[in-house]
Write a protein that binds this ligand. Sequence first.
Ligand code: SF4
Length: 357
Amino acid sequence: MHLFLMKQTVTALMMEWHTKHNNRQMPWKGVKDPYKIWLSEVILQQTRVDQGMAYYERFVQNYPSVKDLAVAKDEAVFKLWEGLGYYNRCKNLLYTARFITDNYGGKFPAEYEEIVALKGVGPYTAAAIASFAFNKPFAVVDGNVFRVLSRLFVIDTPIDSTIGKQQFTALAQEVLDKENAGLFNQAIMDFGATVCKPVNPQCNTCHLQKVCIGYSKAIVNKLPVKEKVLLKKNRWFYYFILECKSKVLVEKRALKDIWENLYEFYLLESNEQLSWDELTVKEWLHQQLSIADATISVISRLQKQQLTHQLIKGQFIKITISSIPNNLKHHQWYPINELKDLAFPKFINQFLDENQV
Ligand code: SF4
């Protein structure tokens, strides 16, 4: 599909998904009051949603408007903030509430440039306030949006690089529904949080599957890319050894990471430990790789390897399939009895030796 057409289709399908399937509930959802949107965004900057909700409710109850917050005593506000940490956020909250009261008569500014100039408000929060409260055409670009766009359009520019941030922001702006900016921003963030999730995206039932290039190439597990991967201390590698007619799917490891140029099997890397049994493996195969006829012969115990700056932990899952699904056809399939000719990292070799694969 032509890129221009694809962007338009993504916009339309995302809005359609939002209208027909988005059930995510949040206390601030649909709120048009810029003060409350700002409050929720500041609270959520370094806090999980489930933890932040109670704080948001308490703040709104105690200080229903920006003017109420502006005249509050510092100690009372800090007390309410207790437990959230990163007290700078709270200080900025107070400073900005007083600034808005002094300079805008207590009325939240409506222009993006004015909003982004407020202390403690970055481009993301400014776009959220401008679009949710005033329906101004500014795309929000958070972790969910990075992930969704990198998978849909197969963009492997690191999301934590300057150029990556610029590229994703520009693309987010292009796919934004300019007439319904607030709704679209809500849609893509909710979609990332509930469908195109970091570890177990619901590809098989995804409303955007038919336009998703990452899915059609079976490389969702590799996206998005992060530059600072080498700084991680603990990494979990789950290797799916897929065998079909005595051939095994192998891949060469990408540059700029450990085990450069060595071979590996189909890898799912995670930031956290995952637990696998026959059912979860089958569900994962179905969702990610469109494999429905898997026979699982091995789910290995947890393996570990300490490298200089990181600890690798993981498991191997051996699967036999009767035919190669379309989205895995362009991957490399190598005769199983010739695997010994390929250079694998020690982590994999150990498993192969122990299991005589
Ligand atoms: Fe995300 Fe999968 Fe849907 Fe693609 S098909 S958008 S990777 S959930």
